[in-house]
Design a protein around this ligand. Structure first.
Ligand code: PLP
Length: 355
């Protein structure tokens, strides 16, 4: 576990010897008069924001460490999980030379982030029931990063931590496996976070945007061994978490905040199950895919359902342009009332279609 040779080999070589920007807050100091950061002495808001925030807010990191059962040194807070995806690409991929591997269909930002960094994308399709290709480790084409989204967006499909562990083990001399757990709270038993203590080559991504209900806040986390975290700290902005974000996020991760999140997750999981069983028998619905997240993917018999839903004022995510997701729509799980209206609308579209 303490062997860092794989990580040193995979990281962009210039990062290994680079000293990160020494911001005033990182250098720190002790005293009563702070004149080291060109800040204003005037606090022009009810809560004072004239000082730069902590590089990684202590309370936030401590609370996430307690929630994730990891050490403070294994956590990096970022501007959403999206920023963490980009940081990993910038840490491990030399532009124009290295590649990432993604298992499609999956979350779109891996490929977009890679493209903005001039990093190639190697696509290995999921199997027809959306599991990892059984020959995946032979198809990595020297990628430095392998992204596995679990539960997977937009299919909702899940993989067991045992299956993912096999991939991590098989690639332990080859690449870093990034397990995107944006939806893990909805299937908490599937988390790979504890594998960080057993393997050098695993990173887990998390967010407050989904189960914690804080998408507008922009706060996510990279969980990894200290060596990877320290490399990512060289690439991240000097003050990535603004003070109000750090405070609100830390509050959401108190014992009470986590209890409230779990209550809401159990309600949403129940609504998802109800929704799936209500619509499965409808004429024109070909398949309702089982989901481990707060959304359900549905395949219809034709493409007009999206337009009909739109006419009823219901906005859902059209996936039909995505290879293998023809005629599929993705429904986020909303409130009890919203799901009631959605179900009623689908029932009435099904009746029109049948008539
Ligand atoms: C929503 C989502 C993210 C992005 O999360 P943010 O923290 O809001 O940036 C990352 N990965 C997956 C799979 C997602 O669905």
């Amino acid at each position: 576990m303490s062997d860092v040779s794989l990580i040193n080999r995979l990281a962009r070589p210039e990062l290994l010897t680079m000293t990160p920007y020494q911001s005033a807050r990182r250098i720190g100091g002790s005293g009563d008069i702070w004149l080291n950061a060109n800040e204003s002495p005037f606090a022009n808001s009810a809560v004072a924001y004239n000082r730069y925030p902590e590089f990684q807010p202590t309370q936030l990191i401590e609370n996430y460490a307690r929630y994730s059962k990891l050490d403070d040194s294994q956590i990096l807070a970022s501007r959403g999980a999206d920023e963490a995806i980009e940081l990993l690409i910038r840490t491990f991929c030399v532009p124009g030379k290295d590649s990432i591997t993604i298992c499609t269909p999956t979350y779109g930002m891996y490929a977009i982030s890679a493209a903005t960094c001039n990093v190639a994308v190697n696509e290995v399709p999921l199997t027809p029931n959306w599991q990892l290709d059984s020959n995946l480790t032979a198809k990595l084409k020297d990628s430095s990063l392998l992204f596995i989204c679990n539960p997977n967006n937009p299919t909702g499909s899940t993989m067991t931590p045992e299956d993912i562990e096999q991939i991590i083990e098989a690639t332990s001399e080859q690449c870093v496996v990034v397990v995107d757990e944006a939806y893990i709270e909805f299937s908490a038993q599937l988390s790979c976070a504890s594998l960080i203590n057993q393997y050098n080559n695993v990173v887990v991504l998390r967010t407050l945007s989904k189960a914690f209900g804080l998408a507008g806040l922009r706060c996510g986390f990279m969980l990894a061994n200290q060596h990877i975290i320290n490399l990512a700290k060289k690439v991240i902005a000097p003050y990535p978490i603004s003070a109000p974000v750090g405070d609100i996020a830390a509050q959401a991760l108190t014992v009470d905040g986590v209890a409230q999140m779990r209550q809401q997750v159990s309600e949403l999981n129940q609504l998802a199950q109800q929704f799936a069983s209500d619509i499965t028998p409808l004429q024109g619905i070909e398949e309702v895919y089982h989901s481990g997240g707060n959304f359900v993917l549905v395949r219809f018999n034709n493409d007009h359902w999206f337009k009909e839903l739109g006419r009823a004022g219901i906005v859902v995510r059209n996936q039909s342009q995505v290879p293998t997701l023809e005629r599929c729509l993705r429904f986020s799980i909303g409130s009890h009332d919203e799901m009631k209206k959605l179900t009623a609308t689908l029932i009435s579209i099904a009746k029109q279609t049948a008539a």
